[in-house]
Design a protein around this ligand. Structure first.
Ligand code: UD1
Ligand code: UDP
Length: 380
């Protein structure tokens, strides 16, 4: 049996790796192992519960207000033990977090081949997203297999002279996850969410957490959200606030108390996905939401200066709003007030996948180890 160990630690990695861990477990040739760093503790555990995953190893590294160096060093030390104990034939890491980088580096130190899920995303700005752009580039240097969501991601890797035989276009596993969570007639676990004025008011779903937005940009974003809530009586804002103390402080200082604004705790992934499916507009700096919302036909305003996910921008369902207060308000109000502007953006498109990414990744791993003669077809 091939021992394939998935390593992840934050909420988005867990949501996107959960369907893959399951797919790998369904293959008779593979033993699917799961090592969590718990870079996020509560937000990770929530995802493990939703997808019913039981880690084989838990590094339990999270501390409040952790720094990039503590995350990376604690992951590295912990991974030594996990790799010695579980003896994987391949390690899979996902995306761009500090867990991703440390997981890949540790695999390299142990000379275990690395598969990079969600490979090839780039902004070409070293400090934005920070530190994620650099994490992706460093993992590219280490990895053996590259699972790119889109053809554009593959092109980025080819430009960096990554060998074509290791690159697979698979679609993004987040679309696989969405297929399992969004349901008609879904009931939320809280009455606050069950009783939101769906259909009567325009529900704006908000998230914001990125390190490059800490400080002035986050203040601008919070003040823009307050202004949008104050100026538009037909709008209801729902904002599940990330557990980062830096984010919570900004929310408390600049947004708390705004009218028709629900500042709630982070939601379990299935609740979040179903809430998104019922929302009017998404305002976010999150990577994952930029991929999920277009699949659900929801327009997105990205609260960042750039994005490593240009596909939905090209498709017309996502726009970069930046981090300037007036600009965010103006772009949001155009979508709130103009039916035509809204209709142009609110179309379901799926540039990020068809829901079969995990199947392609598992097939590619079997092909790489010579357990299958057929290289999987690329997602187009
Ligand atoms: C991390 C990732 C980022 C990803 C984001 C997803 C890095 C450097 N950053 O950023 O790429 O987009 O996760 O959400 O890898 N906290 C809790 N409980 C939790 C989670 C977080 O209390 O369950 C608090 C802790 O005080 C922690 C802080 O949030 O120190 C920040 O967490 P951290 O993982 O360092 O950064 P994120 O901003 O979450
Ligand atoms: N998400 C969630 N609950 C929340 C907020 C977000 O389950 O309260 C999900 C969201 O649907 C997406 C993922 O978490 O699947 C995105 O994670 P996050 O925004 O933390 O990180 P990023 O994608 O920016 O790396």
């Amino acid at each position: 049996m091939l021992r394939v160990m998935s390593v992840f630690g934050t909420r988005p990695e867990a949501i996107k790796m959960a369907p893959l861990v399951r797919e790998l477990a369904s293959r008779p040739e593979i033993e699917s192992l799961c090592c969590v760093t718990a870079q996020h503790r509560q937000m990770l555990d929530s995802v493990l519960e939703v997808f019913d995953l039981k880690p084989d190893w838990d590094l339990d590294i999270m501390t409040p207000r952790q720094t990039l160096s503590t995350i990376t060093s604690k992951c590295l030390l912990g991974m030594d033990e996990a790799i010695d104990a579980l003896k994987p034939d391949m390690i899979l890491v996902h995306g761009d977090t500090s867990t991703t980088f440390a997981g890949a580096l540790s695999a390299f130190y142990h000379q275990v081949p690395v598969g990079h899920v969600e490979a090839g995303l780039r902004t070409y700005d070293k400090y934005s997203p920070f530190p994620e752009e650099m994490n992706r580039k460093l993992v590219t240097s280490i990895a053996d297999l590259y699972f790119c969501p889109t053809v554009n991601n593959k092109k980025n890797l080819l430009k960096e002279a990554v060998g074509e035989s290791g690159i697979f276009i698979t679609g993004n596993t987040v679309i696989d996850a969405l297929k399992t969570t969004v349901r008609e007639g879904y009931r939320f676990s809280t009455e606050e969410l069950n009783h939101l004025p769906y259909g009567k008011k325009k529900l704006l779903l908000v998230t914001c957490h990125r390190r490059e937005n800490y400080g002035e940009p986050m203040r601008n974003i919070m003040l823009a959200l307050r202004q949008i809530a104050e100026e538009n009586e037909d709008v209801e804002l729902v904002y599940p606030v990330h557990l980062s103390p830096v984010v919570r402080q900004a929310v408390d200082e600049y947004l708390r108390g705004a009218p028709r604004t629900h500042l709630i705790d982070p939601l379990p992934a299935d609740e979040m996905h179903n809430l998104m499916a019922r929302s009017y507009l998404v305002l976010t700096d999150s990577g994952g939401l930029q991929e999920e919302a277009p699949a659900l036909g929801k327009p997105v305003l990205v609260l960042r200066r750039e994005t490593e996910r240009p596909e939905a921008v090209a498709a017309g369902t996502v726009k970069l709003a930046g981090v300037d207060r007036e600009k965010i308000v103006q772009m949001a109000e155009e979508l709130i007030r103009s039916k035509e502007a809204y209709a142009r953006m609110a179309r379901a498109v799926n540039p990020y996948g068809d829901g079969f990414a995990c199947r392609r990744i598992a097939d590619a791993i079997l092909w790489y180890f010579g357990k299958s003669q057929t290289r999987p077809e690329d997602y187009r």
